[in-house]
Design a protein around this ligand. Sequence first.
Ligand SMILES: N[C@@H](CCC(=O)N[C@@H](CS)C(=O)NCC(=O)O)C(=O)O
Length: 361
Amino acid sequence: MPEKNEVDLVLYYYPYSFYSQKVVMALHQMQIKFKTKVVDIHKGKQFAESFLSLNPKGEVPVLVDDVRVIPDSEKIIDYLEDNFANGNPGLLPTDRELRTRCEQLHQTIHGLKIEALSFGAALYDDLGIHPKPPYNCMTNRSQMKEYLDRRPEILHAAASNPLYSDALNKKRGEVYEESKLWQDRDNYEGLLIHFEKVMDECEAELASHDNQSWWLCAPELCLADIDFAFLLYRLWQLGFERRMWERNRPNVKRYFARVQLLESFQQAVSMTEGFPMMDFFTSPVFLGILGTTVILAGGYYLWSKKDSVGSALSSFFGDDNQNHQQRGAFNSRPSRMASYAPNSGYVKARSIPAPKASQFM
Ligand SMILES: N[C@@H](CCC(=O)N[C@@H](CS)C(=O)NCC(=O)O)C(=O)O
């Protein structure tokens, strides 16, 4: 096979995307050079016409190799394996038996509904989980539920891009079907139990090797390891580690500690560094600055107008001995109400906007 010019490879990805992270780990593990382009799915850029022309489903990752366009993490890794394994460590064991086991585990782990798991983790308060940033910033859950239920932007994208409407409508159907797994608490418990069964299978697989230096199912790191590494990482980020391995799966626990030392894993995880999850204008820093400014400006305004505001308030509330009958409910503590208002600078707390669906993907 002729040497390929590897730097022709461009990966369209989003740093927090689960499937993008797998591909980045695969690329690093196979020592393949590539360039990147961020598609900010948090801002809806996956539905820009230019990106839909690469992947009509509006999903990352997509690999572009010169004129060839390959969407979908599984297909991308297949493509890398077929075209770049020459001279590089591949991701499929050469031994037939090990290869079959690697493929089986890959199918099992890759097939898990990780998005449904992530959405449900944001929705239910009784899971006893300890999410890590950015998954610990879950506000306004009911709003999020309503948003995720409809994924309005898919419909909008389908309406405004007739060329890609079939793919987008199909995607919306899939999103709707998958939402049944997490919109209902019982279904969600079923999903968690399914994840636990897969964890049991992996625990048993790890326990079956006499040689502790083996990875999940082979002496060399393989495709199933990439799936498993990022499954564990997402479970940890969502805060499921106690339920999934801390208490009862010691081999998985050891494996996770080990896989985190891999450079290829660290490269994939570090893509998120310095990449903001939220717009600056909805970030806690901005909201903090805004809130403080409003409080100070409001306080200053009220202080500068204290005479006119004070007399307006006293004519509304009246002096202690006047208008008691009109005050109704305020009757019991009129002077406290009157003295609160002018200088307190009280500003109603601003509600933090609901996180966007793409935050959980
Ligand atoms: N089967 C695809 C799934 C890709 C996928 O779901 N990507 C998510 C990010 S992890 C995405 O782009 N979501 C954007 C959207 O659905 O609007 C793969 O393996 O690559």
